[in-house]
Design a protein around this ligand. Structure first.
Ligand code: TYD
Length: 225
């Protein structure tokens, strides 16, 4: 039987991994989950948008051709609708049971993509997020930071055609500038909210980045027991 881990500083905590496409957050989230399991912690892993049957339907609108013509405000509200469903169906019950929740993206993504990228004011997004989640904010948001050029090389290596397409020609330069604004915003969220965010360099081998995340997280939660 597992030892009782209810007093572990990470038990029942809500941790988000975020950053630009290609920063490696999904790989790192999975490694971090293994690290928590090795300590006997129970975890719940989610990704946004999606992770609930309703959220997966919303994801299809947002991330396929079905979403063509979506106004930026409607887009932002759909991300929030998916998030609201996820918070009440999965995240809150898990946290209440003392389970550590690991999320691949959360409101930090809406601030970066629909806010800095799409032009919506951050305070409006935060207000809608407060309503959608009944003010559920992560205990810690880990931003994995990498240059857009390096992130692009990673996604290209993985053969992500959507990403290759994003950078193909001159018209797509606009997309590169958009991604730069997104990256800059993730970094600026970290300096705006140092008590809830950690900025981690995503340059280096997966093992090195994993170590950085473990060290930063240990320090963060040891101080806040
Ligand atoms: P991503 O993590 O890339 O999912 P996957 O790797 O499974 O395709 O996220 C999908 C896209 O959604 C990504 O380009 C960022 C975007 N996104 C937003 O624009 N706003 C949001 O609030 C969220 C959660 C994601």
């Amino acid at each position: 039987m597992l030892h009782d881990q209810s007093h572990h500083p990470l038990a029942g905590k809500f941790i988000v991994f975020d950053g630009v496409d290609g920063c490696g957050k999904t790989t790192q989230l999975l490694e971090f989950e293994k690290h928590l399991h090795a300590q006997g912690l129970e975890t719940k892993r989610i990704r946004e948008p999606g992770s609930t049957p309703i959220g997966e339907e919303i994801r299809k609108i947002l991330l396929t051709k079905r979403g063509e013509g979506l106004h930026i405000r409607a887009e932002m509200l759909l991300y929030m609708a998916s998030r609201a469903q996820l918070v009440f169906e999965e995240i809150r019950p898990a946290l209440a049971a003392g389970i550590t929740v690991l999320a691949d993206r959360y409101t930090s993504s809406t601030l970066a993509y629909q806010g800095a990228g799409g032009g919506l004011p951050a305070d409006e997004i935060r207000a809608v997020a407060g309503v959608a989640t009944e003010n559920l904010w992560p205990d810690l948001t880990i931003i994995l930071d990498i240059s857009i050029a390096s992130a692009r090389r990673r996604t290209t290596k993985k053969g992500n055609l959507h990403q290759i397409g994003l950078f193909q020609d001159r018209i797509e330069q606009r997309a590169a500038l958009y991604h730069q604004r997104v990256r800059d915003d993730f970094v600026s969220q970290c300096s705006q909210f140092p008590q809830r965010y950690r900025l981690i360099s995503a340059v280096g081998s997966p093992a090195v980045i994993h170590k950085r995340i473990c060290t930063a997280t240990d320090k963060f939660f040891r101080r806040r027991k």
